[in-house]
Design a binder for this molecule. Structure first.
Ligand code: URP
Ligand code: ZN
Ligand code: ZN
Length: 463
């Protein structure tokens, strides 16, 4: 089956061109002006539309156990919502249970996705337990296409690992080429502040935010980058939320270190001030790192412009307000950490990034698709519209007005962090490996069609 997308504007990270795009089966055959209609079985008129590489969300948590419950979207509902929003690839996180081999976590997450994923998915591996004898298990994962590992410097006694473990894991990536993704917050310091707050009877959601200072994030970012520098490997900081933390990344990059970082729409668009008077409803915004003071936001936008932040992902980790966030009604430390966003990333970034003049449409594509493809070992199969790449693409209507709401969204969660946000720009049609899976904003694909992506461990050679 050959599909010709005619008269659109092809937008890649490097340039935008008026051209046609021919899909042949699952891949892009050609991108050039004036491809004749006779070359295709089907012709789609994209006049007035932008043709974008499918979005890549490199940070999602579907069906993830946390605090006695599981994130509300599974691989079916989560990837369907992602597709409707213009995302055609996710990289989710498998979690090693303490005392078990990481291989069994990979099997568990493959089972979670099997028969459910609507778009292609890769997996990072969260390592919680790494005895010396387990270091080579990381290499085994790399052979399975798990080209990145997440380590936690926060959540003591649950997910946090010590500096020795972090350093050993970093050194192992010098051998196997994988990338360490770091949740950078000083968990031990935060734990002391949290215990103190609880002892003072401070149990409301706002105390989740007030007990996690930006300096605890910056300190951990600094330490993580320093350990990576000693080990001689790159590092990627996940969900960076504050100016203090960003300064650490910038300082490292100015010295030429391969330090990379992502931020998320919630840190760019929501703030501590927005939720300060929400009372219990503030539980909807309990995630880690927490929302920061509004003054951080322009610094994060600047970080995106100046390439000190390379990626925008969602950290999609939804818990229903009614019955899951309620687990922490009397104690903010028991509120499951996470918020929903997988569906709205492109809309929010397009409107507030491109629409408000923060960056170009090409930088938008780079942030939401090309850079994650490169950094996480999927490029050029994903993240670019070019001959030979997977035909993952979005026909994007830059002038469609849309209002975000839990009443109309497709994520399986009973609230939206961006309720009532008005955006201009939306996905009209979405193709995944050449198959039309979203038509006119409606999902028409099949659950289970998404494939596991074996990603390449690039050893830091992504530029
Ligand atoms: O609060 C968050 N971010 N939940 C998901 C787990 C993580 O740390 O990314
Ligand atoms: Zn994290
Ligand atoms: Zn996360």
């Amino acid at each position: 089956m050959k599909t010709l997308i005619q008269n659109g504007t092809i937008v890649n990270a490097g340039a935008s061109v008026k051209a046609d795009l021919l899909i042949d089966g699952a891949v892009i055959k050609e991108v050039r002006a004036a491809i004749p209609a006779s070359a295709a079985d089907k012709v789609v008129d994209a006049t007035g539309l932008l043709v974008l590489p499918g979005g890549i969300d490199a940070h999602t948590h579907l069906d993830m156990p946390f605090g006695g419950t599981n994130s509300a979207d599974d691989f079916e509902t989560g990837t369907r919502a992602a597709a409707i929003g213009g995302t055609t690839t996710i990289v989710d996180f498998a979690i090693q249970s303490k005392g078990t081999k990481i291989r069994s976590a990979l099997d568990t997450w493959w089972k979670k996705a099997d028969g459910k994923a609507c778009i292609d998915y890769g997996l990072h591996m969260i390592v919680t337990d790494l005895p010396d004898a387990g270091l080579e298990d990381m290499d085994d994962m790399v052979r399975e296409g798990v080209a990145s590992f997440k380590l936690f410097m926060a959540y003591p006694n649950v997910l946090m690992v010590d500096d020795a473990t972090i350093f050993k894991a970093l050194k192992q990536t010098a051998k196997n080429g994988a990338l360490i993704c770091m949740h950078a917050e000083n968990g031990s310091v935060i734990d002391v502040i949290v215990r103190q707050a609880l002892a003072e009877g401070k149990t409301a959601p706002i105390h989740h935010m007030l007990t996690r200072p930006t300096k605890a994030e910056a300190e951990a970012v600094h330490r993580a980058i320093a350990m990576a520098e000693i080990a001689g490997v790159p590092i990627y900081i996940v969900h960076l939320s504050s100016e203090d933390a960003l300064n650490q990344v910038r300082e490292a990059r100015d010295r030429g270190l391969p330090a990379f970082a992502e931020t998320c729409p919630q840190y760019l668009l929501l703030s501590l001030e927005d939720v300060a008077d929400k009372g219990w409803e503030g539980a909807k915004y309990v995630f880690t790192p927490p929302l920061r003071e509004r003054k951080n936001q322009p610094k994060l936008w600047e970080g995106l412009r100046q390439d000190n932040l390379q990626v925008v992902s969602t950290d999609h980790c939804p818990f229903c307000f009614e019955d899951q966030k309620a687990l922490g009604k009397d104690d903010f430390t028991k509120i499951p950490n996470g918020g929903p966003g997988i569906e709205n990333r492109l809309q929010l970034l397009h409107h507030h990034g491109v629409g408000k003049g923060n960056f170009s449409i090409n930088r938008f594509v780079e942030l939401v698709s090309t850079a994650p493809a490169r950094i996480f070992g999927m490029y050029p199969r994903k993240g670019v519209l070019a001959a030979g790449s997977d035909a993952d693409l979005v026909l994007w209507d830059p002038s469609e007005d849309y209002t975000i709401s839990a009443k109309t969204h497709h994520m399986r969660v009973d609230y939206s962090m961006f309720e009532g946000f008005k955006v201009r720009g939306n996905a009209r049609d979405v193709y995944s490996r050449g198959e039309l899976i979203v038509s006119g904003g409606k999902f028409i694909g099949k659950a289970g069609r998404g494939e596991y992506l074996r990603r390449e461990a690039r050893g830091g050679a992504w530029k």
